[in-house]
Design a protein around this ligand. Structure first.
Ligand SMILES: Cc1cc2nc3c(=O)[nH]c(=O)nc-3n(C[C@H](O)[C@H](O)[C@H](O)COP(=O)(O)OP(=O)(O)OC[C@H]3O[C@@H](n4cnc5c(N)ncnc54)[C@H](O)[C@@H]3O)c2cc1C
Length: 394
C-alpha cells in the first residue's frame, strides 16, 4: 500500500535538540521537515558540551570553525563542598589530561550555537518551517501534525523536540513524572581580573550549587542555583551581583566586574515514562529535564539526537513499533541513571537530611580516594561507556 507523506520525518521544536536531529537526518539523506516558531528572546546561557557532543557538532559542520572563537576549553573540573555540613567531602579536581585528552569539552554560548545549527540544518537539506503545532492525529501508517494556522503535515515518524510542555508527548499518550524544586537558577556572564585556568568550578552550597564556567580571556559564565526568593532579591538589585559572585568565589577569580544582565530559570524536573509511542520519539527536554548540575542536559539531548538518526536509518518504517521500541531501549538506562544521580546531589543540598548529606559526602570522598573509581567517574561523566550513537563515536 502506498501512503503519501509530506516528509519521512517531521521534527517539532527549534531548540538545539530539534535542530541537531534535523541536521543529522538531512545529512543521512532523510527527507526531513522541522516545524518551530521563531525564537522569542536572547538566551544568555552557555552550555558545557563534552567531547562526544562536540564530535556530533563536527559532523554537522558547526564545530570547531564556527563556534570556537566565542567558546572556551574545559581542561579541569572542580567540585567543592562548601555546605559546612557535619559530613563534608574533600575538594575534587579532575583534569582532562588524566584521560589523555586536551579538554573534557568546551563551554559554548547558546546564542551562538542555535543560529549555526539552523544554518547547518538548512545547508544539509532539512526543510525549516515557521509554525506552532496545535494537535496531532495518529493514523495506522503515519501521523499528522496540525498547526495553529490550520496547515497539516504528515509523516511516518514525528520527533517531539518541543520542550518541557511538549504537545506531541501529550498527544502520544505518554505520561511524565514531574518534580518542582524550590529553586531557581540565575545565569549571567562576567569579567574577572584573575585567570580561570580553563577550570569549571561547581561549589556545593546549602540551597544549590554556584558554578562558574570559563569563557574566552578573563570571562566566565555563572549558574547559581538558590531559593526563588534569594534569586528574586538579586534580580531586583542586579548591581549587587558582582559582589555576590566575588564572595561566592572567595576572590579566587580576582576582581569581578562587567556582569551581564542576569536571567533566571525556574528549576523543574521531568522524565517521560516512555521515550517513544504512537509514531513519536521524544528528545531533549520533551523527554527529560533536570537541574543544571554536572552539565548533563544538552549532552544527553544530543545523544537522543544521535540515536534517533541511527534508529531511522536502521528501520524501513521509522515509526513502526519495532523502531519505537529500539529507540526507547537505547535511551532508558542513560536517562534514568543520570536523572537519579543529579536528583540525589540536588536533594542533598536542599533537604536538611543527614543520610543524604552522608551519601553525597561519602560518594565524593570515595571518588577522591580511589583512582580507578575517579577514572570511571570522569569517563562516565563525558558519556556512557557503551552504546554511543554513530555520530558521537571517535
Ligand atoms: C541554567 C541552565 C544551564 C544549563 N547548562 C547546561 C550545560 O552546561 N550543559 C548541558 O549539556 N546542558 C545544560 N543545560 C540544559 C540545556 O540548556 C537544555 O537541555 C537545552 O537547552 C534544551 O534544549 P531542547 O531543544 O530540548 O528544548 P528547548 O530549547 O526548550 O526547545 C524547545 C523548542 O520547541 C519549540 N516548541 C514548543 N512548543 C511547540 C509547538 N507546540 N510547536 C512547535 N514548536 C514548539 C520551542 O519554540 C523551542 O524552539 C542548562 C539548562 C539551564 C536551565
Amino acid at each position: 500500500m502506498i501512503v503519501m507523506s509530506d516528509a519521512r520525518v517531521i521534527v517539532v521544536g527549534g531548540g538545539p535538540a530539534g535542530l541537531a536531529i534535523a541536521g543529522l537526518l538531512a545529512l543521512e539523506g532523510v527527507d526531513t521537515m522541522l516545524v518551530a516558531p521563531p525564537p522569542v528572546s536572547f538566551d544568555p546561557r552557555t552550555i558545557a558540551l563534552m567531547q562526544p557532543a562536540l564530535r556530533l557538532l563536527q559532523r554537522l559542520g558547526v564545530w570547531p570553525e564556527a563556534l570556537s572563537a566565542s567558546s572556551s576549553p574545559l581542561r579541569h573540573l572542580s567540585i567543592r563542598d562548601e555546605t559546612g555540613n557535619l559530613f563534608s567531602a574533600p575538594a575534587l579536581t579532575f583534569s582532562a589530561s588524566e584521560l589523555g585528552l586536551e579538554s573534557f569539552g568546551w563551554n559554548i554560548p547558546l546564542a551562538d550555537m542555535v543560529p549555526r545549527l539552523v544554518e547547518a540544518a538548512q545547508r544539509l537539506g532539512a526543510r525549516l518551517l515557521e509554525g506552532e503545532v496545535a494537535a496531532v492525529e495518529h493514523g495506522h501508517h503515519q501521523a499528522t501534525v496540525v498547526l495553529v494556522d490550520g496547515r497539516r503535515f504528515t509523516a511516518p515518524l514525528l520527533v517531539a523536540a518541543d520542550g518541557q510542555n511538549s504537545v506531541l508527548r501529550g498527544a502520544a499518550g505518554i505520561d511524565a513524572d514531574r518534580w518542582s524544586f524550590d529553586q531557581a537558577a540565575l545565569v549571567a556572564n562576567f569579567r574577572h581580573s584573575g585567570p580561570h585556568g580553563d577550570c569549571s568550578t561547581e561549589r556545593h552550597r546549602i540551597g544549590g550549587p554556584l558554578t562558574t564556567v570559563p569563557l574566552p580571556g578573563r570571562h566566565s559564565s555563572l549558574v547559581w542555583m538558590a531559593s526563588p526568593d534569594r534569586i528574586e532579591r538579586i534580580l531586583e538589585n542586579p548591581s549587587a551581583l558582582a559582589s555576590e559572585i566575588q564572595l561566592g568565589t572567595h576572590g579566587e577569580l580576582g576582581l569581578v566586574s562587567d556582569v551581564t544582565p542576569p536571567r533566571s530559570f525556574a528549576m523543574r524536573g521531568l522524565t517521560a515514562r516512555r521515550f517513544a509511542a504512537s509514531r513519536t520519539m521524544l528528545v531533549g527536554e520533551a523527554a527529560h529535564a533536570f537541574p543544571p548540575i554536572g552539565a548533563q542536559g544538552l549532552n544527553m539531548s544530543l545523544r537522543d539526537a544521535g540515536h534517533v538518526a541511527d534508529v531511522v536509518m536502521g528501520h524501513d518504517d521509522p515509526g513502526s513499533e519495532a523502531a519505537l521500541g529500539d529507540y526507547h531501549g537505547r535511551r532508558v538506562i542513560d536517562v534514568n541513571e543520570r536523572q537519579a544521580a543529579i536528583s540525589l546531589v540536588n536533594k542533598s543540598l536542599i533537604a536538611d537530611l543527614l543520610p543524604l548529606h552522608l551519601l553525597r559526602a561519602g560518594g565524593l570522598s570515595l571518588i577522591a580516594a580511589f583512582p580507578p573509581l575517579r577514572n570511571l567517574v570522569m569517563r562516565h561523566g563525558l558519556a556512557p561507556d557503551a552504546n554511543l550513537p554513530f555520530a558521537m563515536r571517535a
